[in-house]
Design a protein around this ligand. Sequence first.
Ligand SMILES: O=P(O)(O)O[C@H]1O[C@H](CO)[C@@H](O)[C@H]1O
Ligand SMILES: O=c1cc[nH]c(=O)[nH]1
Length: 252
Amino acid sequence: MEKTLYLKSTDKDISKYVVFSGDPRRVEKIISFMDDVKEIAVSREFHSYTGFYKGVKITISSTGIGGPSAAIAMEEMYECGMEVAVRLGTVMGLRDDLLGKFIIPVGAMREDGTTSTYVDKSYPAVADFELIEYMNKSAENNGFGYDNSIICSYDGFYSQMRESRLSKKLEMSIVEDIQELKKFNIGGIDMESSTILTLSRLMGIKGCVVTMTTVLENLKNYLKGGNRQKAEEEDLVRVVLDGIVLYDTAKK
Ligand SMILES: O=P(O)(O)O[C@H]1O[C@H](CO)[C@@H](O)[C@H]1O
Ligand SMILES: O=c1cc[nH]c(=O)[nH]1
């Protein structure tokens, strides 16, 4: 096949297991845990590599921020034969006890715009139950607590997740809207999970999300310095990669 448009990948380059991470810099950290890593392409926000972790071939790709680019990454990896999609990212927790903990959501509210260009809003963004179980087990094996609540994916960082000069000028109700979400027992907010989960279901592949709660709403509290770095760049990576190995072993 020809290389895909943005991720510049072919079916020869990628594994059936693909890990998507927002931040391209984090991708460079993830591959430091892997062996025999080959760069596929560094193209716009999409930095992609394939390598081995504990003998399992895994592709890692960044998506940048938000649903539109996450959908591009999902589409092009699906063209290349992806069978399992895992989002590895950070989430803004809506409960104080979640700071520093994993949220491995069962599903996500589709408050993004991208997924509605594919399917009606009544279609749920639900993670694959089997993958959730392996990721839960991996968190446990690595000695971490986790939560399996529903999260919410938004499109607007400075219009829905964090107050800004403009949002204040426009008297937007960001704080109130987040309080509303809490009433519905939503565990956290991010920007890509609904896209990854909805598209996985539409593609008929397995998808799940493993997130680390690095910050609470309105910056009430957040992981700082080395703690944040370890949580985001080591703990999260281990749980996701070990979770894929557990899944792969079970399927052999
Ligand atoms: O850590 P990542 O995967 O980038 O995820 C979260 O961080 C970004 C916002 O700061 C958004 O992309 C949100 O979903
Ligand atoms: O969604 C997120 C995740 C981490 N940090 C934020 O500010 N937002």
